[in-house]
Design a protein around this ligand. Structure first.
Ligand code: PHE
Length: 400
């Protein structure tokens, strides 16, 4: 007799019992089939109403024990699937006596309904708990106050660069960009600084090895060495060759110097280069242009002055100063008590440079200037060491 019929092994016993009930051998003794359900000769197949109750209790326990939807599905198939315990038991009673059928049929049908309902119920609560655990695991509390996301801002050097470009545009200048990796020709030769000229030493240079890929090319053949540009003047001749005067050009970008760093020197910094080529521009225009630039950037009345100087690519050459923005020219630590701040170099473009640019120096003339963007940024914001500007140090940057 089956005590419980929950697992597959036992359900197959029922099946076998049912089959054997249909076997010719059993059919030869039909009387046996009408024997009491629990009768000793009925083997595992013959179950009684009490067994059905037990079966239901057992099934309900198994359903309750199913911890996941997958386990529950296994249990369901085992109990009420096509080859499950209950369907087999129901099928088996068709060979039983009318009396057995009358008692067992409704009991088994009822059992099936009960089990089905229990499975449904369990499935619902399992899916609920799956859902609930999802809610717990993945819930986002949209009301929880979060630490504020820090918004970045434009770097002070970049801020001044944009401002300078805008001011020059408003004065009718065109903004061009140049390459930072350039050749000796554009950085030096075409600017009237021949190979052996000592003036080259004014620009300590990072020389580059030619890449393997260039070995066969015309670049290698020219013996024109590559370098990191030492100044933004490298664009002058290119622009002259590319365009026809009048030219009003401003070119701001990174330049590189192979030298040691201190409070006022960096190996990498930005220069503001500008030049005009036409038939009548003078040093007076240069001074007026830069005066306007500085008064706009510093937002105060200033005095500018030119001092004689030397650059191979300008003649005459000048040094440009402005009155100290900190002490208004009275003398302080920043201007070393001179009342003046040195801002950059300038001059009238050398006739040789104009020639290299394909222009007739008897017809055309113009000024050129170059100054450090970081230096102006330092004066504008009162920064005492240029190295802060490339430091990426948040203690510094967050002050702007
Ligand atoms: N190129 C020069 C330098 O790097 C500056 C300069 C530019 C001077 C144009 C005169 C004219 O020092």
């Amino acid at each position: 007799m089956e005590n419980s019929i929950p697992d597959k092994k036992r359900s197959s016993k029922i099946k076998n019992g049912a089959d054997s009930a249909q076997s010719p051998a059993t059919q030869a003794h039909p009387g046996k089939r009408s024997a009491p359900v629990n009768g000793p000769n009925n083997g595992g197949a013959a179950i009684g109403v009490a067994d059905v109750d037990k079966l239901v209790a057992d099934a309900l326990a198994r359903i309750a024990a199913a911890g996941t939807p997958e386990q529950l599905e296994k249990t369901r198939l085992n109990l009420i699937g096509r080859k499950g315990v209950l369907p087999l038991a129901l099928r088996a009673i068709k060979d039983r006596s009318a009396e057995d059928k009358r008692r067992l049929g409704p009991a088994l049908n009822q059992a099936r309904t009960t089990v089905e309902a229990a499975v449904r119920q369990r499935a619902l609560s399992l899916s609920k708990s799956v859902f609930e655990s999802l809610v717990d695991d993945e819930a986002i509390d949209v009301t929880e106050p979060l630490p504020r996301t820090a918004l970045g801002h434009i770097h002070p050097t970049e801020h001044v660069r944009r401002e300078v470009e805008d001011i020059f545009r408003s004065m009718g200048f065109e903004v061009v960009r140049g390459q930072e990796i350039d050749d000796e020709e554009n950085n030096f030769d075409l600017l009237n600084i021949p190979a052996s000229h000592p003036a080259r030493d004014l620009w300590d240079t990072f020389w580059l090895k030619k890449p393997e890929a260039f070995k066969e090319s015309s670049v290698a053949a020219t013996k024109n060495r590559l370098l990191l540009r030492t100044h933004t003047s490298n664009m002058q001749v290119r622009v002259m060759r590319d365009r026809t005067p009048p030219l009003r050009i401003v070119n701001i970008g990174r330049v590189y110097r192979y030298e040691s760093t201190d409070k006022t020197h960096e190996t990498t910094f930005n220069q503001i280069e500008g030049f005009i080529v036409d038939e009548s521009t003078t040093l007076g225009d240069l001074r007026g242009t830069l005066h306007t630039l500085f008064e706009t950037i510093f937002g105060q009345k200033l005095v500018t002055r030119l001092r004689p100087s030397y650059f191979p690519f300008t003649e005459p050459s000048v040094e440009l100063d402005m009155s100290c923005t900190f002490c208004k020219g009275k003398g302080c630590a920043v201007c070393k008590n001179t009342g003046w701040l040195e801002i950059g170099g300038a001059g009238m473009i050398h006739p040789n440079v104009l020639k290299n640019g394909g222009l007739n120096p008897n017809k055309f003339q113009g000024f050129a200037f170059g100054m450090g963007l970081e230096r102006i940024t330092m004066f504008k914001y009162g920064i005492d060491d240029i190295r802060w500007l490339l430091s990426a140090d948040l203690r510094f940057l967050e002050q702007f």
